[in-house]
Design a protein around this ligand. Structure first.
Ligand SMILES: Nc1ncnc2c1ncn2[C@@H]1O[C@H](COP(=O)(O)OP(=O)(O)OP(=O)(O)O)[C@@H](O)[C@H]1O
Ligand SMILES: [Mg+2]
Length: 445
């Protein structure tokens, strides 16, 4: 923490005998914190509401500042009270970041290095934890809320904050330079398709096509790298699901915020400390099938649940969606193949491929480009099998041509000129589209 103030006159490397006001502030804060913990009855604190608590801390702060020779002004005293409350009962230095709605990710790399992402850009922030112990304490507080602990026997945990933000923590010795904490925030409001169009992440033509697919119950996969916007796009596209349908969602950490009324949400559960009680995505997909959903949405497909999902998509739960971690639409099919193979039935590869080819019609690739810009970079259609290979063609794409002076990627969206095979299906379900939509051209020009 190096927010030194008032040292303008300190020249060269001469030792500074006088404390800066920031150092003084930190000392008073530490004292108040210690006093508070020593002098307060924790059982009583537990029964206080936030307002009473603040009054109590303020009273103690006033007492302390009256006794000490360090004069704190009113705004410093206010800051002192807020920070001590955050330290004692909240998430310490993370609190101001969590209150800032423009921050989408918080990354803590050990006690002294913290980064945030804001509007797609990573930036370091000037906050720090006192030391390793302090950071660990905050991590325990986060995961403690969901009844878990991080320690040597379980050094990695996933958890959530009360507002739904997704948290991952990993501690030494697995993390080499102090504990690592990653928080994926939820913005105040999920991005809508109209926002994605305004950000030029997708074009109206692509939206016209994809929305017709969603309405016509075409099965869709969204593929992309870490943090590329898969979940965001899936959430936005869910708006096209008719209101009267029953949708079952399955996630590892509930992130989706579907706008339909008839949504039943399920979340997987990791094993407890004794290693029992795990509920996998696979268990939940199977359970969902008995719940008579019209569609199943699996937040992220990353294991053997792929097979159950393919079977569900092939047996009456059309209009289902999931996301897959892959670098290209074709790559996502190999990933799916591999994951379905993990189900352990020793199925021959051609059977799995055939399942994939008949279950899935559209694969949408999203990418995080330089500078944090997210775009739909490809929309592909699966058209069947050719021998043992799944055939696929591209309908839309994004071509990056370079970067501008500020390193912002430049390029254009285009239609490939291929008429989708699912046009007839769209037509029969009342969502027919003009063939001109797919004419080969640069879009938006
Ligand atoms: N088109 C977009 N423009 C700007 N920000 C976006 C866009 N799409 C997503 N984001 C932001 O990017 C971050 C990552 O998005 P999201 O969680 O959807 O990615 P993901 O691919 O599902 O990530 P993960 O691999 O962790 O599951 C979020 O903070 C989200 O708000
Ligand atoms: Mg995601």
């Amino acid at each position: 923490m190096s927010r030194m103030q008032g040292n303008g006159s300190a020249s060269g490397n001469a030792p500074r005998a006088v404390m800066t006001s920031e150092e003084k502030f930190l000392r008073v804060k530490r004292e108040l914190h210690e006093q508070l913990i020593a002098g307060m009855d924790l059982a009583v604190i537990g029964t206080m509401n936030e307002e009473e608590l603040r009054m109590e801390v303020r009273r103690a702060a006033e007492e302390l500042t009256r006794l000490s020779s360090d004069l704190l002004n009113l705004s410093e005293r206010e800051r002192l009270v807020n920070e001590v409350i955050d330290e004692t009962f909240g998430l310490g230095p993370l609190e101001p970041l969590l209150r800032d709605p423009t921050i989408t990710d918080i990354m803590v790399n050990g006690p002294k290095v913290v980064y945030i992402e804001r509007r797609g850009r990573l930036e370091p922030v000037d906050i720090a934890f006192h030391d390793d112990r302090h950071l660990l304490q905050i991590i325990q507080r986060i995961v403690g809320r969901i009844g878990r602990r991080v320690d040597e026997t379980s050094p990695m945990v996933d958890a959530r904050l009360p507002d739904g933000s997704r948290v991952n923590a990993i501690i030494p010795p697995l993390a080499l330079d102090g504990a690592l904490l990653s928080i994926r925030r939820f913005g105040a409001r999920p991005l809508l398709v109209s926002d994605l169009m305004a950000y030029k992440a997708i074009t109206p033509e692509m939206v016209e096509f994809i929305s017709a697919c969603v309405k016509s119950r075409v099965n869709i996969i969204i593929s992309g790298g870490t943090g590329s916007g898969k979940t965001t796009l899936m959430n936005a596209l869910s708006a096209f699901i008719p209101r009267d349908e029953r949708v079952a969602t399955i996630e590892d950490a509930a992130e989706l915020r579907l706008q339909q009324r008839h949504v039943v949400r399920m979340e997987t559960r990791p094993p407890n400390i004794e290693g029992t009680g795990e509920v996998t995505a696979r268990d939940l997909v199977r359970n969902a099938l008995r719940m008579r959903p019209d569609r199943i949405i699996v937040g992220e497909c990353r294991g053997p649940e792929a097979l159950d999902m393919l079977q569900a998509m092939n047996t009456g739960h059309e209009g289902s969606m999931t996301t897959i971690h892959a670098n290209d639409t074709r790559d996502s099919l190999s990933r799916l193949e591999m994951m379905a193979g993990m189900a352990g039935f020793d199925l021959p590869i051609w059977i799995i491929r055939r399942q994939i080819a008949s279950a899935i019609q559209i694969v949408i690739q999203v990418a995080r480009l330089l500078g944090g810009i997210r775009k739909v970079v490809k929309v592909s259609e699966i058209i069947g099998m050719e021998g043992e290979v799944i055939s696929m063609h591209d309908l839309f794409g994004f071509k990056q041509t370079g970067v501008d002076a500020r390193q912002v990627p430049q390029g254009y969206f285009f239609a490939t000129g291929i008429r989708p095979q699912c046009m007839d299906r769209l037509e029969t379900s009342g969502n027919g589209l003009p063939t001109t939509l797919f004419e080969r051209r640069i879009l938006g020009s």
